[in-house]
Design a protein around this ligand. Structure first.
Ligand code: APR
Length: 391
């Protein structure tokens, strides 16, 4: 097999890259290790920056998003048992949109399959060869056979646990990690999200987060210790704890319903600053992880892929290496900005083990700054909405 760009991973990064390249007349093959059903069923983030919405529209993947996406113009923060609202729209009318990542992935897969373009599921990549030559190769398994894909360029969009990052010789040396001493116990629920109860809550019991996936499906989180026995929590325990942490002195309560799925994510921030080596670039979660508080994971992946697609277009059609040479540098400006914001927000709403009263008061000050000062509100809104794209 041979193609121009071999793409590893059919998450949002790999699929969107394939789509943008297609629009620019560049061939690609997407290799995904897991099954189609597995990829479509995965529950992930669900809040899109305006830039992500605009990018999906620009490349013809926005039709369902325009019908089913829920724009929101306000954000709620709770602390000390009180609710505070923050506008989430800027002066140019940019706002956030709720639309599940699973839907973004489905829209991209549907389009690729309708166009009969190569997307192989159950095709785990085992190794890369000659990455630093002009004929790099991807070795993968498919249909019980070992196969090779020869490419002009390889895009590693294979997530945090993927294989590509390790092929950059200085990846480890140029990586930075922060692990938080807590995680998010997430539930997906079949219950109409109550618009009066959403956003983040800081409580001395730990943080809680309420968000919507659609008009009938909610996504809720509780801060828990990483060693918490989640099986010991009954559905009622989860709802009761959410009610306690989201209380704001009003009679408003969450609408309860069936818990469809439970999961746990340890909160961490990770950045690999070596995003390009020879004919390999990594993008999305393969290069960085953000704590989920800022909803930046998917949005950062879109930012990377925009730069990568344009860099590949210039390189493969004109032999122009300028942008591909600056790929890491350009992406990292946006990545560190989002990582910093996600960590600020994380630090402000979670209770660290053994946290002092002093630390809690510092968190209240940060939260008040964002809600009650003009400069704080501007910082909050522009950080949530995301930096403009350079490319
Ligand atoms: N071979 C083929 N595919 C692989 C391999 C491999 N060796 N290793 C991993 N993959 C696939 C995974 O199965 C997954 O489908 O790569 C894909 C990576 O997708 P994501 O983890 O979704 O990462 P990315 O596309 O960068 O999306 C960015 O935004 O909301 C956040 O973290 C969330 O997934 C999200 C991300």
């Amino acid at each position: 097999m041979r193609t121009q760009v071999g793409i590893i991973g059919a998450g949002p990064a790999g699929l969107l890259l394939a789509r943008i390249l297609q629009v620019h007349g560049i061939e690609s093959v997407v290799l995904e290790g897991r099954s189609r059903d597995h990829v479509l069923a995965r529950i992930r983030a669900g809040v899109l920056e305006q830039g992500t919405v605009d990018t999906l529209n620009e490349y013809g993947v926005g039709e369902r998003l325009m019908h089913e996406g829920i724009p929101h113009a306000e954000m709620q923060l709770r602390w000390a048992g009180r609710r505070h609202a923050l506008p989430l729209v800027d002066e140019t009318n940019r706002r956030m949109t709720t639309y599940g990542q699973a839907k973004v992935v489905r829209d991209l897969i549907d389009l690729r399959e309708t166009d009969h373009l190569p997307l192989l599921f159950d095709a785990p990549v085992e190794s890369l060869e000659d990455v630093n030559s002009d004929r790099p190769r991807i070795r993968f398994a498919h249909d019980g056979q070992q196969r090779t894909l020869e490419c002009d360029f390889i895009a590693g969009c294979d997530g945090f646990h993927g294989v590509s990052r390790q092929y950059s010789p200085d990846a480890e040396e140029k990586s930075a990690l922060r692990e938080y001493p807590y995680g998010w116990f997430g539930v997906l629920v079949e219950a109409a999200p109550n618009p009066e109860i959403r956003g983040f809550a800081h409580t001395t019991r730990g943080a809680a987060v309420c968000s919507a996936r659609s008009k009938t499906i909610g996504r809720l989180y509780l801060q828990v210790d990483p060693n918490e026995n989640l099986d010991a929590w009954s559905d009622d325990d989860i709802w009761n704890e959410l009610d306690l942490r989201m209380q704001d002195g009003s009679n408003n309560r969450l609408n309860r319903g069936r818990i469809l799925q439970r999961d746990f994510a340890r909160l961490r921030a990770f950045v690999c600053e070596s995003m390009r080596y020879g004919r390999l670039c990594i993008a999305g979660d393969a290069a960085h992880i953000v704590p989920p508080s800022g909803a930046k994971g998917l949005n950062l992946a879109v930012g990377d892929v925009r730069v990568l697609a344009e860099a590949l277009r210039r390189f493969l059609t004109k032999g122009d290496t300028d942008l591909i040479d600056r790929y890491s540098e350009i992406c990292l400006r946006r990545i560190w900005h989002s990582v910093h914001w996600s960590c600020l927000l994380t630090d402000a709403i979670h209770m660290a083990p053994g946290q002092s009263r002093f630390d809690t008061q510092m968190q209240y000050e940060a939260l008040q700054h964002w809600v009650y000062t003009e400069i704080g509100r501007k910082h909050f809104v522009s950080s949530m909405l995301g930096l403009p794209y350079e490319v």
